[in-house]
Design a protein around this ligand. Structure first.
Ligand code: ATP
Length: 366
């Protein structure tokens, strides 16, 4: 964990719009940290195409070794689809990082922004998704892939769910709910169709809930959730689910809240955490100074709140609050990027966020 007055983070810029939004995020972070009395010590590490061109790996050993010494880092988007076949990572670098650093919980808060004319103006739901198992061929076997084609007409997808991964995930969720003052957690499942694997997942919550007597744990089928969310969203403040269901549920919520370009996420383990925007590389606008850095900046604020939970150092919390304040301030002042119907470039939006941070009243420094 960083020292009281310093903020030690690694930064992995990624592909596509990654370098632009990480640079903007760093500028925003540095301005907020300065106001909160934190000194950032940032270490840039190679990843993605740039790393492959230099060392034939999208996640070189030097990056992995350096990350072992970090408590937290910021990851820009990476795009596995375009990497060469001889890349030793063989898949998505972000999946590799989640699995190899035990970042087993993916927290995706979805809040409607009035500036985005959301379908549900008061939507406020956080989806916590198990991050290391499930129907993902790049992460559900010790070696190789979990999708098979025995004949051209027959394809098999394997899903791995283990009791140990479900136990650590359920504990994370219940502790997270308690730390943030939630009264209940909704566990999304499909036990009717997948009784064994979903049974293990639900069983972990059943076993642990007696340690958290103040929390209500409710089971809801994922299909029921999907149809109920638009009309009964107040029932679903904090939901927890398996990997693929969580991916879909959080994107559904993002769509109702105004879009994925502003959706943040945190990948957390026991000792380390990684800030990562929900969106991808946005290759269509890469290098044009058009990308919106909001999702990555808000993900970084989540990482700082996680640091605060671990250390109770209020400067992390203050820096996070200032980042959130700055983004709201820029949007309220009518400055937004093209994806949100505005005219601001990445750099103009970043400048407006920083102005709002610098002008933030003392009450924002809580
Ligand atoms: P990938 O395959 O890398 O996940 P994708 O194209 O499937 O990428 P995104 O990269 O998330 O998915 O892009 C979807 C759309 O949203 C694109 O039109 C893109 O330009 C837009 N978009 C995504 N992120 C941003 C951003 N930060 N700022 C502006 N537009 C964005």
């Amino acid at each position: 964990m960083p020292q009281a007055s310093e903020l030690r983070l690694a930064v992995l810029a990624g592909d596509g719009v990654g370098p632009e939004i990480t640079a903007a995020t760093i500028d925003i972070l540095e301005s907020a940290a300065a106001r909160a009395g934190l000194t950032p010590r940032l270490e840039a590490l190679p990843i993605g195409w740039k790393a492959y061109k230099k060392s034939k790996s999208t996640l070189p050993e030097e990056t992995l070794a350096a990350l072992r010494g970090h408590t937290g880092w910021i990851l820009g988007p990476t795009f596995a689809g375009e990497y060469p076949k001889d890349d030793p990572i063989k898949g998505h670098p972000s999946g590799y990082l989640r699995r190899n650093f035990g970042l087993f919980a993916n927290v995706r808060p979805v809040k409607a922004w009035p500036q985005l004319e959301p379908l549900i103006p008061d939507l406020d739901v956080t989806v916590i998704r198990e991050n290391t198992e499930g129907f993902y061929p790049d992460r559900n076997l010790a070696w190789g892939y979990g999708e098979f084609l025995p004949t051209p007409d027959v394809a098999l997808s394997l899903r791995v769910i283990t009791g140990s991964a479900c136990d650590r995930f359920a504990r994370f969720v219940l502790e997270y709910a308690t730390a943030l003052g939630h009264a209940s957690v909704v566990v999304l499942h499909k036990r009717t169709a997948l009784p064994q694997t979903e049974g293990i997942f639900i069983g972990a919550f059943d076993r642990l809930k007696k340690e958290f007597p103040k929390l209500e744990v409710e089971l809801v089928r994922i299909d029921t959730f999907s149809s109920a969310l638009p009309r009964e969203h107040h029932r679903f403040r904090l939901v927890a689910t398996t990997n693929l269901f969580g991916d879909i549920a959080s994107d559904q919520a993002s769509g109702l809240a105004g879009g994925v370009a502003v959706a943040p996420s945190l990948n957390a383990g026991i000792k380390q955490a990684m800030a990562q925007a929900v969106h991808g590389t946005a290759a269509d606008i890469a290098g044009k100074n058009l990308a919106n850095p909001t999702a990555l900046a808000l993900s970084t604020a989540m990482l700082l709140r996680w640091f605060d939970q671990k250390t109770r150092n209020k400067r992390y919390r203050m820096t996070a609050g200032l980042i959130e304040h700055g983004i709201k301030g820029a949007m309220t002042a009518g400055v937004s990027t093209h994806d949100l119907g505005g005219r601001a470039s990445t750099s103009a939006f970043t400048k407006a966020v920083i102005k709002s941070i610098e002008e933030a009243p003392a009450s924002a420094l809580r």
